[in-house]
Design a protein around this ligand. Structure first.
Ligand code: NDP
Length: 244
């Protein structure tokens, strides 16, 4: 379904991003994986993708919180692949804590990575999408950004910002046939949530379990596909019914 398409996945070295990179490759897309510090994990995903699906896959180290680094990385990807059809802004971090004791550094790092990263990458690839007059941008938000989860002032604010950025991007790029949507996951089993297995909030999820990264990847692949050509500016939750 995505044969001949070129996809960029930030934070594609593990977790939800890793699952998305593999799913897009399974559907035929060539993939550029952006990671920050974990070169070994990025390389493991790259070799798994090339062996399993025979598509081109390259890895790029970049701190998405750094606008200049994002521009340089986007330029390298455009030069290596010749263009980009799908951008998945997935890279993210948490530094949870109560609002009254939250350090500036923890607020800034979370906002700069989760929201700044999506902004920097969308800007860096923006002209590419405008020139191609088609494309899909998918931003990974969170139900924290729609509901406001206690202990996540930084993360919830960043993810709410990602949702607003999604709508602005959808409006600004719609005239160029570029769609932009957000996915808002609930609790998904990854490194980010490895301490949550015993969390009492899991029992409050109507489907009574955490989600899997592969389930989020299915939704991302749908939004990246021609089947979603008339969907833009949407925020789609995938949370087992947690916030309905
Ligand atoms: P993980 O912690 O498992 O993976 C995070 C990924 O982001 C890694 O590939 C990491 O690369 C990359 N990354 C982190 N910081 C940077 C940075 N500054 N620059 C570039 N890449 C970076 O997270 P998840 O897979 O759980 O989360 C993925 C996305 O989904 C995030 O945006 C998260 O907020 C969101 N989300 C997750 C939920 C969950 O329950 N897991 C729920 C809702 C939303 P490296 O290892 O090289 O640093």
């Amino acid at each position: 379904m995505l044969k001949g398409k070129i996809a960029v996945v930030t934070g594609g070295s593990r977790g939800i991003g890793g699952a998305i990179a593999k799913k897009l490759a399974e559907q035929g897309a060539d993939v550029a994986i952006i990671y920050h510090g974990g070169a070994e994990k990025a390389e493991a995903v790259r070799s798994e993708i090339t062996a399993a699906y025979g598509v081109t896959c390259r890895t790029y180290s970049c701190d998405v919180a750094d606008g200049a680094a994002c521009k340089a990385t986007a330029d390298a990807i455009l030069s290596d692949f010749g263009g980009v059809d799908i951008l998945v802004n997935n890279a993210g971090i948490t530094r949870d804590g109560l609002l009254v004791t939250m350090e500036d550094a923890d607020f800034d790092a979370v906002v700069d990575t989760n929201l700044g990263g999506a902004f920097h990458m969308t800007r860096a690839f923006g002209r590419n999408f405008i020139r191609r007059k088609s494309g899909k941008i998918i931003n990974i938000a969170s139900v924290s950004g729609t509901e406001g989860i206690a202990g996540q002032a930084n993360y919830a604010a960043a993810k709410a910002g990602v949702i607003a950025l999604t709508k602005v991007t959808a409006r600004e790029f719609a005239g160029k046939n570029v769609c932009c949507n957000a996915i808002a996951p609930g609790f998904i089993r990854t490194d980010m949530t490895k301490e949550m297995e015993e969390d009492p909030r899991i029992a409050t999820i109507p489907l009574k379990r955490m989600g899997e990264a592969e389930e989020v990847a299915e939704l991302a692949a749908f939004l990246a596909s021609p089947a979603a050509d008339y969907i833009t500016g949407e925020v789609i939750k995938i949370d087992g019914g947690l916030t309905m």
